[in-house]
Each structure stands twice: as structure tokens, then as C-alpha cells.
Design a binder for this molecule. Sequence first.
Ligand code: PGA
Length: 245
Amino acid sequence: MDIITTTSYEALSITAANYIIEKLNNNPSAVLGMATGGTPTKMYEFLIKDRIQNNTSYQNVTTFNLDEYVNLAKNDANSYFSYMNKHLFTHIDITKQNVFIPDGLAENLEDECKRYEQLLQDKGPVDVQILGLGENGHIGFNEPGTPFTSRTHVVELTESTRQANARFFPSLEDVPTHAITMGIASIMNAKEIILLVSGKNKADAFERLLHGKISEDFPASILKNHPCVKIIADRSVLEQSSIIA
Ligand code: PGA
């Protein structure tokens, strides 16, 4: 794992955006794995800025999102469908047919998981997968204890994840209890992975990632087995951990 440390969240976001832009310049038909949550929002802002300034095209880019809540309407402000439209897709020239997000409203969720996994196989592999890090070490919505062999599946969200995400909802009760997520094996299939780590609340998870052993109790630890992972961490994480910025 390569570790890139940055002086600020802004710098983390520019570093990640520039990495993606360079990939797109080299391969305009790249397959990108998208993450949601608080951490990548500024990276998306920089991608939009670059789109305006340099006209980088996404017309032939394919995207796969990591996850989606179960039972939230697509147009619900908290669905990841809405998140992606708001933070990126409505600002770039992406082709709608090339955008893939699990359907958390599918009648048969198991079939939806199979369909999504098949799409990943057919249109993948993902060239660059963006990931955030959960406070409990989750990647996507793969909570501690998820088998490393898992493929796209339905998960019951842990209390800590629901609490961490409650800040986006009117109340904790409004946070969905289930989600569809790409599995750990699905994520590990990406050619390259960029893990974004920002905020004091991630310091413990960051330390465990660097110094802990590889274990299903801490899903992100599997990244140590991937041949091409870049961790971009900002000062707020480093100052809280024993790793010096
Ligand atoms: P965050 O979430 O970016 O909102 O902190 C990361 C995650 O839980 O994967």
C-alpha cells in the first residue's frame, strides 16, 4: 500500500481528483468505481472544476457505485442515486447508460445483487475504485465479519454505521437498516484502489489498517493483499494517530 499524506482535506481531494483525471486522459473509456459519503465530496467538486476548465470528457466512462440503501426512493435526497447526481453526474457529460448503481428498490434484492455482480463482470474490471474508510473498518457497506470472498449482497447496517450516517438524515430512525453493497471480493477485483481517509474520527481505523493484522473483523485490512492500493490521508487523521504528518 502506498501512503500519500496531505496537509489538508482540500489537498487530499485535489490529489485524488488529479489521479482520476490523469487516468481519464490516458484512458477515456475507463471504468471508475464511485464512493459516496462525506469524504469524496470535495474530490467530486474538483472533478467538476476540471470538467469546466479543461473539458475532460466522461462520455465513454463507465461508473459503478459501491452501494445503495434499501428502500429509499431514488429521488430521496439521501439515496446514493441522488448523491451522485448532485455531486457529480449532472455536472459532467457522462452517458446515462454507463452509470450503474445498485437498485435498493428492486422487488427481489437477491436477484438485484446477482444482476449487479454480473454487470461488474461484463463491463469491468473497474480500473480505479475510490473507497472511504468506515470508523469500524468497513469498505463499501461491508461491515466487520463480512467474508473476504463476498460478492454483491444485501447487508444489515450496524448500529455504529447508522449512527455515523445519521448526520445526513432528519433522525437516526430515518437511516435505512439495510443496503446493497459490492462485496469485498468484488471490490478487490479493481485494478487500482484509492482509499481516502480524512477526519479525526478515522484515526483509530487508520492505525488499525496500518498496524493490525489482516482479518475479517476489520474489512479494510484485506487491502494489504491488493497489488495496487494508494491511501490518501490528510493531516487531521495523522495528528490523531501515532503516525507523524
Ligand atoms: P464518510 O464515510 O466518507 O462519510 O466518512 C466513509 C465510509 O463509511 O465508508
